[in-house]
Design a protein around this ligand. Sequence first.
Ligand SMILES: Nc1ncnc2c1ncn2[C@@H]1O[C@H](COP(=O)(O)OP(=O)(O)OP(=O)(O)O)[C@@H](O)[C@H]1O
Length: 192
Amino acid sequence: MITGALLSATDLGMIRGERILFRNVSLAAHAGEAIVLRGANGAGKTTLLRILAGLTRPETGSVDRAASHHWIAHREGLKPHETPRTHLGLWARAWGAPTDQIDAVLKKMVLIRPSDVSARHLSAGQRRRTALARLLLQERPVWLLDEPLTALDADGRELLLSMISEHRLRGGAIIAAIHGDAGFDSSREVTI
Ligand SMILES: Nc1ncnc2c1ncn2[C@@H]1O[C@H](COP(=O)(O)OP(=O)(O)OP(=O)(O)O)[C@@H](O)[C@H]1O
């Protein structure tokens, strides 16, 4: 049981080209918390999330990861030939997670019908549901989500909001870049 922050960042700063995207960004996500990142297009929310995920090195500052995380990018990361089933199988095997749960995960995400359709033929919402399904393959305390509600219909939105709520009740935390109404109570908003 982790008693401090599951993930914290101190004095993060980032430059792109000649432009300071952000500086002095500090945040800490504790069990049960949800931090919403706000900012105009191009402000640097994705860049900040990538830094939190360890995928991009910040110009200044540091990130302390006390717990493992999931990273769901704005682009879903599905290759054109992958199907929801093969995509989840690939990730489950890469993580050493059980593959016998994949049917249950597909069912929960309402992806049984298109489960064997390649990503190039999936709808935008089905691709997003497939990416979000990765959250259910393995329990990880921190969810880093880049515009997770994009392309979801009303049912998909409800489904994701209930996943987020259950995750927080289990002691997880989320940090999400969201434009507009988040649909859940945030512990904090960070505007960059
Ligand atoms: N690898 C890179 N090299 C150069 N510039 C980059 C790189 N990645 C992002 N940028 C620039 O940094 C700025 C911030 O991009 P970022 O994607 O973080 O913004 P954002 O707040 O997530 O925007 P949006 O709301 O449109 O998704 C943009 O101007 C972008 O062009």
